[in-house]
Design a protein around this ligand. Structure first.
Ligand code: G3H
Ligand code: 13P
Ligand code: ZN
Length: 349
């Protein structure tokens, strides 16, 4: 199957009432782990690459690895997405490479650290939409700012400092025409999200529900959605790691989000933990090993297991064959003739 539009994938998820995991990749093994899980559970997938991933793997390597995934798995719809684009140029370069979807994270300035103003965010996101839609490419925007820093990207802090304001979310969706809207509800990137199991004082599911009530047809995106399971932390620490006690986003909260308009669920940290634990275990228990396959194979299997579990929990399992891919050129026509609307339905307060 050719790479599909993320808009199509999310529209289908909305019809089916499920969420789709968006998993970060940096190398072949992670792509294979996601595809293995997608095959095992018959799931559509979003494969995403951060700026850091594109630099680490080099654009052409990563792009061709994802094309190989599409070629080898013709029954699985795959959207290829730029995660946290920091500028118009980053998004343009992803689109020119062949990505079918981009995130313009205009919540931060292009240094990827400093929160931007609302007007700056609207302006740069709108510019990306104007470039992307005529080419049939999906755009995700972000309003509000997540906590944490990953690979130099992020505002830092706890995640509670810039929670999305529902009125601004409405205005942002109306003025930018984005296909998907990432909101800040207290989550952060990375392993250290919460110091205990989160409750409503730190994980603002009420804000998500309020935004969904105002924007009932808008595809919402939850970033920083790794659950940071204790068993994955334990494997790392058992074999010489030094993770401090921490909590992630409980899967049941993500499922509550999915019942309230969340269609894309971003997860990276859980996969990093799973792979690192498996690698540590081999190197710690069998120090004589030195063939990378001896630890990369268990690492890939450990990631596949977590991804397959999330695909089932998010509800995307079983939906790979629900639809035929719409060519990107047809998607472009849909934006042009208005059949793919970019204006959100807004409910009264
Ligand atoms: O947004 C965060 C993702 O986990 C990607 O992280 O920038 O370290 O590749 P990265
Ligand atoms: P985690 O760090 O919770 O996995 O979040 C990943 C993410 O939001 C990527 O954009
Ligand atoms: Zn993110």
């Amino acid at each position: 199957m050719p790479l599909v539009s993320m808009r199509q994938l999310l529209d289908e998820a909305a019809k089916g009432g499920y969420g789709v995991g968006a998993f970060n990749v940096n190398d072949m093994e992670q792509i294979q782990a996601i595809m293995g899980a997608a095959k095992e559970t018959n799931s559509p997938v979003i494969i995403q690459a951060s700026r850091g991933a594109r630099a680490f793997a080099q654009d052409r390597y990563l792009f061709h690895l994802i094309l190989a995934a599409a070629e080898l798995n013709p029954e699985i719809p795959i959207a290829m997405h730029q995660d946290h684009g920091n500028s118009f140029e980053t998004c343009k370069s992803a689109i020119e490479l062949g990505y079918t979807s981009v995130m313009m994270d205009g919540s931060l300035k292009d240094d990827g650290k400093t929160p931007s103003t609302f007007e700056e965010n609207v302006e740069v996101t709108r510019k990306v939409v104007e470039f992307a839609h005529p080419l049939g490419v999906t755009v995700e925007g972000e309003i509000g700012v997540l906590g944490g820093v990953e690979d130099g990207h992020g505002a830092g802090g706890t995640g509670l400092e810039h929670i999305t304001d529902p009125d601004q979310a409405v205005e942002f969706a109306e003025r930018t025409g984005v296909d998907a809207l990432a909101i800040a509800i207290g989550t952060s990137h990375g392993a250290y999200k919460f110091t205990k199991k989160p409750d409503g004082s730190v994980l603002k599911m009420d804000v998500l529900i309020a935004i969904h009530k105002r924007l009932p047809n808008t595809h919402l995106v939850m970033h920083g959605s790794s659950s940071v399971p204790k068993d994955l932390q334990d494997v790392i620490n058992e074999y010489g790691g030094k993770l401090k006690e921490t909590w992630g986003v409980p899967v049941e909260e993500i499922q509550l989000g999915i019942r309230n308009g969340v269609r894309k669920v971003n997860a990276d940290t859980d996969n990093r933990l799973a792979m690192t634990g498996a690698i540590r275990k081999v190197l710690w228990t069998q120090p004589e090993k030195f063939d990378p396959r001896d630890y990369m194979k268990p690492a890939r299997e450990a990631m596949q297991k977590v991804v397959a579990q999330r695909m089932t929990q998010f509800g995307q399992a079983g939906h790979a064959g629900d639809y035929a891919p719409i060519p990107i050129s047809e998607i472009a026509k849909g934006y042009a003739d208005g059949s793919l609307t970019t204006q959100p339905l807004v409910a009264a307060k």
